[in-house]
Design a protein around this ligand. Sequence first.
Ligand code: ZN
Length: 368
Amino acid sequence: MSVRIIKMLCTQMIFKGIHADNVSPIFGNRLPRFCSGVVPSKQTFTKMSGSPETKAFKVGVHWLKVLFQIHLHLGGAYGLWLVFTQANFVTTLLCSFFVFLGMIGLTLGCHRLWAHRTYEAGIVLRTVLAALYTFTCQGSVYDWAVTHRVHHQNHGTPLDPFNYKKGTFYCHVLSHCMENDPDIDRKKRHGETKDLEEDNVLWYQHWFFWFVMPIWGLLLPVNLGMTMGDTLTNSLFVLGFLRLVILLHMSWAVHSAFLVWGLDPKDRKSGETWLVFFITKSLWPQYHYLLPWDYKSGEFGTYDSGVCTTVFKILAVLGLVEKPTTISSGGVKKALAAAVETGKPLQECLNAHKATVKDVVEESQHNS
Ligand SMILES: [Zn+2]
């Protein structure tokens, strides 16, 4: 067996687990005995569930996940109470800073870089972003990016892991407390993930997550709070529980922002809810589902503004990000015209005008 096959096999096993589907492209019909029968192959699965697009399984609530979330949120609520009653100001300041770092790992790393490839980055920035996401204790970057791709590809359908049509509570909270859905798992296994599997940084982050996370994401921040003079209780509940709960909701909000910050383009009822008094609603979340490769598309309902995009621009000035992709207003006009003339889907016409920022700047200079 050549080194290439061993490498392919290891990559498949590490990212997707032992599954007949994963090793069949490598071994053809000569599947190793331990792979066959572990879980059904794609063919067997299709027979079981009918059309690959049809939902054949009903999944229930995973009560262990519910219990975990209840305990985590109770700890976070106590941490919030400690912030206002007895925690040192430095501890609160550290918590805010750690939330900011985790948010950068989540938005600029998992979302804009790995899930949507809105820009390219060298190994230094990729390592930093993967380390920042590990700091949130939410698991593998690979898993987050693959799940988010499946979410975009099947947005608002039964195969969307965070289907907004089931309501805000399901989309934001309950979808994270459900048993694994075999249909969605199959979508994840058969999606376009080659670019992620070839990224060595993701390979190490995925493989070593459970070794690194307890020290890097839990012990270190709590210890830092105590080193700065606060008590173990304050450090544990503010820098531990509260920080993790805030970051968890930020991560969940990336999938539910559509409901929280977005307008419903059809009936606009969502813009008339009480949320409109507290949250600026706009159509930018919908824009993100139309053009997910635009680096300016903010996770929380903004375009070309917000903390994450500002950090992105600073990184661009420092030369750490390359080839950010966007679309010019001329490109949008051409895409709209093409969609009307040819009858092709608007998304397809817009994708044809995807350009790097450098190209857009050159185009505007050329036109002026
Ligand atoms: Zn997205």
